[in-house]
Design a protein around this ligand. Structure first.
Ligand code: ADE
Ligand code: ZN
Length: 343
């Protein structure tokens, strides 16, 4: 018995995982064929080869080709069902999942309402049949024009209470600072929709400062490059802003050379509010469970820290306080039972 088996069995919560980046490889090949959206890969092995990224730009090109395979609301329902089945198999009881709806609107004219309805079908099915919950972060990709970001903010606001819990910002950080999207984020924040931009991944501290000060981020996607600025670290510690750290993603996209040089242990030592996430799991050859196992091994985390990372994700989620309390009590009870069995 071991910490590995404990991690596999423990209840978990995930805050940073992209729906389009989570399509099962076999399903992606089938969608590519069915929807006549060719990929430079015909087998799972070839997909794995294709998923070797030179840098962030290279990754984004591949990410858009993958997104192009999603052509209809039924495709979104299918990939959400499969995604949530995978989360349930890992004992991930709640997931906050990023969707980039403007891509599907531009590519194939799929209305946001139809996208949301399809995903909500899968969400309700998973809640009833699998006992796992999810909500959506509606994100906007930074390489798009500013204009439509206001429309997408309105889509997200309209979905609040109907499966949407946050508004996000993804895509290429370089050359697209948070300030560019101030208006859309102001609109979301004013409507009571929390904002969770990616920042401090491919750009350094100035991007995280912008996310905090201009976008009023409730959590930061990645945020790992905050460690380059001691004043920013103090600010994030004082605010206890949750950081959605995705260790393997950072290595695959060349933010850090290896898990051994990843700043996660230093972030914990600094008293930052850290959560662990998978980002685009099949594209990075990982799962949330693998992320916990790898970081526990490489960073020699003990079980108390592993438990805390899960409880951090739960606390930083956008579940209601009532649901958080219930889930926290369940998790803490299960942790103590599992410790006796696995450790
Ligand atoms: N979209 C999917 N994965 C992403 C990442 N790691 N950073 C920014 N945008 C993304
Ligand atoms: Zn991401």
């Amino acid at each position: 018995m071991s910490l590995h088996s404990y991690i596999r069995a423990m209840p978990k919560v995930e805050l940073h995982v992209h729906l389009e980046g989570s399509v099962r490889p076999t399903t992606l090949l089938a969608l590519s064929h069915r929807n006549k959206a060719p990929l430079p890969a015909r087998t799972v092995a070839e997909l794995e080869q294709w998923y070797k990224f030179r840098d962030f730009r290279h990754f984004l090109g591949i990410y858009f080709a993958v997104s192009r395979c999603i052509r209809a609301p039924e495709d979104l329902e299918l990939i959400t069902r499969e995604f949530l089945s995978g989360q349930a198999r890992q004992n991930i009881l709640h997931s906050e999942v990023t969707l980039t709806p403007y891509t599907h609107y531009v590519n194939y004219g799929i209305e946001f309402g139809d996208q949301l309805q399809a995903i909500n079908e899968a969400r309700r099915w998973a809640e009833e049949e699998l006992g796992v919950t999810m909500s959506l972060t509606i994100d906007y990709s930074r390489e798009q024009e500013v204009g439509p970001s206001l429309m997408v903010a309105d889509w997200a606001i309209g979905g609040l209470g109907n499966g949407v819990s946050a508004f996000g910002l993804g895509g290429p950080e370089v050359g697209n600072p948070p300030e560019k999207f101030r208006a859309a984020f102001e609109r979301a924040n004013s409507a009571g929709l929390p904002c969770v931009p990616h920042a401090g991944e491919t750009v350094g501290p100035e991007s995280v400062w912008g996310a905090l000060r201009t976008l009023h981020a409730a959590r930061i996607g990645h945020g790992v490059r905050c460690m380059e600025d001691a004043e920013l670290v103090s600010e994030l510690r004082a605010r206890q802003t949750p950081l959605e750290v995705c260790p393997t993603s950072n290595v695959c996209l060349k933010i850090f050379d290896s898990l051994h040089t990843h700043p996660l242990p230093a972030m914990l030592d600094e008293g930052l509010f850290v959560t662990i996430n998978s980002d685009d799991p099949p594209m990075f050859g990982t799962t949330l469970t693998d992320e916990y196992i790898a970081t526990a091994d490489v960073c020699t985390l003990d079980v108390e820290v592993v438990d805390r990372l899960v409880l951090n994700a739960l606390q930083a989620s956008f579940l209601t306080e009532e649901k958080k309390t219930r889930l926290r009590n369940d998790c803490v009870g299960t942790f103590s039972t599992l410790r006796k069995r696995h450790l």
